[in-house]
Design a protein around this ligand. Sequence first.
Ligand code: ADP
Length: 497
Amino acid sequence: MEKYILALDQGTTSSRAILFNKAGKTVSMAQKEFLQIFPREGWVEHDPMTIWSTQISVATEALLKIGGSWEDVAGIGITNQRETTVVWDRETGLPVYNAIVWQCRRTADRTKALIRDGYGEMIHERTGLLPDPYFSATKIAWILDNVEGAREKAEAGKLCFGTVDTWLLYNLSGGKLHATDYSNASRTMLFNIKTLCWDEQLLKLFSIPASMLPEVHPSSHLFGYTDPKLFGRALPIGGIAGDQQAALFGQCCFEKGDVKNTYGTGGFLLMNTGDAPYFSKNGLLTTVAWGLDGKVTYALEGSVFTCGSAIQWLRDGLKILDSAQDSEYYASKVTDAGGVFVVPAFTGLGAPHWDPYARGLIIGISRATTKNHIIRATLESLAYQTADVVALMEAETSLRVPALRVDGGACKNDLLLSIQADLLGIPIERPASVESTALGAAYLCGLAVGMYKGVDDIKKGRSVEKCFTTEKDGAYRETCMKKWRRAVERALAWAEE
Ligand code: ADP
């Protein structure tokens, strides 16, 4: 009887469960969206109990869909929305506040003060991150400072903190396990990525008692077992990784210099930088990719704020598309963008510009410009922004990126990927399974429970569905990138008073 790995993929808008077989093929999938809570402008919360209940129900549903039994499941891997913060009572197991989601900006002032008081460099050196409300530290501090009685309880050792993986693990184990993995810990802004320990000085800076923190383990590790009351048997939980790191693993980016890009709502480019962390001078983040076989692998991460959401804007804002998918059809009706450039800096620009005041622009319009040119130029902007981040990573690490492995919603667009190949001059590889995130969690668990002997065993199963290459030369790329950068320059600082 073939055994499966159950991947729990707890995302920002939905909880998903996927059963994979040993070859990494999806056997069954179930998904449930859940409520986004916006108590105030810029605040985002989730109900932790809903996170748990949707996650457990999709797990059961995925198994029921194939008429399987829990005996068929060899183990569970968890991947999750990163940085989102849950604090709960150790005795009752109940959250003391809603989960504060990574997108939530409520701690923007606290972060600004950290930068003003000169903590930026110290935080970067220790955690690889730049002070931002994104990360968990200021969210935990907010809960301790604003929920009645929380600080006293925390100081008496009665509260637990966890990112979403930890919250799920705690509930899966019937309250027995309070642990996380290196990749999630490295997004809290409390974890020293060099010593691989919770950083005492940072805990002091944020006044967070160490007793609240989970144990930290490698990403592929036998964390423990599920409470037998849940599934009728104790299942091993063998893998945990944050979503972007899990995708890097799922894409088999096991070698130094390997890069994956996720074309989702935003864009996330991660590069495996091997067993030593690189610290960027230009705003790329350093993060733990995973811990495996007694070793830690690091990654550089660059994010593009507006990626697939630029296509959504064509659909919902400009209403010149019925669906995101149609962008390929219209953009293919013209051979190029006719000199038009779209810089989708709707919420500023991330790496390599880091300009919160940049705003979107369309430039190069002439009397010959049509809707198709605008659509094509918007699609091209996804590829241009990605090319900028790849160039920055190569320049900072002196590593050559051999190929770009892609996933995320917009990677289904063939035209986008050929444009990307033209702009980068390297092969763009779309894997057979674009569920890289869940697959990464399944692989990490599969290694821990002995389904795979090692990463070489996993690599054997990797298959590229389509590889996009280019005939364009370096001169073409240079001309294009130069024009793109001229357009970007004009978008910078636009909203600054
Ligand atoms: P999320 O970041 O929410 O996980 P997904 O990975 O599901 O997002 O990607 C959704 C994004 O991909 C949307 O912003 C959508 O506009 C874009 N998208 C989906 N299909 C296509 C397509 N065929 N061409 C271009 N963009 C697409």
